[in-house]
Design a protein around this ligand. Structure first.
Ligand code: 5GP
Length: 190
């Protein structure tokens, strides 16, 4: 496909992963761009189509699967499909940037498997399960059922941590941001 690099961030929700990813994308000296995933869930308040996700109907999502448009995809929650479009990677590489992913652990490891040399896979770990739950609840954008579903999924994500290149413990956010910055800088200059 090309020769840029792929930087995967995976984590249980409530780990602070998205904040770290946003921090890296705002660092002007890092040539990075965000892989906008396709998703079949409804946009949350404040989310923008084509910026946070490409929001697709389940039907459109499935037709892209049939067209082999995805590098990887998954039914992360029942009837909620998420996937990385091949066109995102080619778009970002052709603009001279490296690709940053904010995806779940299975998807992240799938990318690492397809591009072992080009991928840096980082797992962001919250300091504790209690803190993760507190962060998840403080978002207050979701119903109790959905929060429970996310907590169950988060517990599963931990099992994959050891397969990542690096585990970043997000105990102190500014330390974690700094560590992520240096790891990415080193990897893209390799
Ligand atoms: P959310 O609904 O909170 O935005 O995302 C739910 C989960 O789907 C998160 O764990 C997120 O990282 C994951 N996810 C988002 N985009 C993708 C993708 O393109 N592929 C995969 N495998 N997971 C994704």
């Amino acid at each position: 496909m090309g020769s840029g690099k792929l930087i995967v961030f995976s984590a249980p929700s409530g780990s602070g992963k998205t904040t770290i990813v946003k921090h890296l994308l705002s660092a002007t000296n890092l040539p990075l761009d965000f892989s906008i995933s396709a998703a079949s869930r409804q946009p949350r308040k404040g989310e923008i189509d084509g910026k946070d996700y490409y929001f697709l109907s389940v039907e459109d999502f499935k037709s892209k699967v049939a067209q082999e448009a995805f590098l990887e995809w998954e039914e992360v929650y029942q009837d909620n499909f998420y996937g990385t479009l091949k066109s995102e990677i080619t778009r970002i590489w052709s603009e001279g940037n490296h690709v940053v992913f904010d995806i779940d652990a299975i998807g992240g490891l799938n990318i690492k498997k397809q591009f072992p040399e080009q991928t840096l896979a980082i797992f962001v770990q919250p300091p504790s399960v209690e803190e993760m739950e507190r962060r998840l609840r403080s978002r207050a954008t979701e119903t109790e059922d959905k929060i429970k579903m996310r907590l169950a999924k988060s517990a599963q994500e931990f099992e994959f941590a050891e397969q990542f290149d690096t585990v970043l413990i997000n105990d102190d956010l500014s330390v974690a941001k700094d560590e992520a910055y240096h790891k990415v800088l080193e990897f893209i200059n390799k």
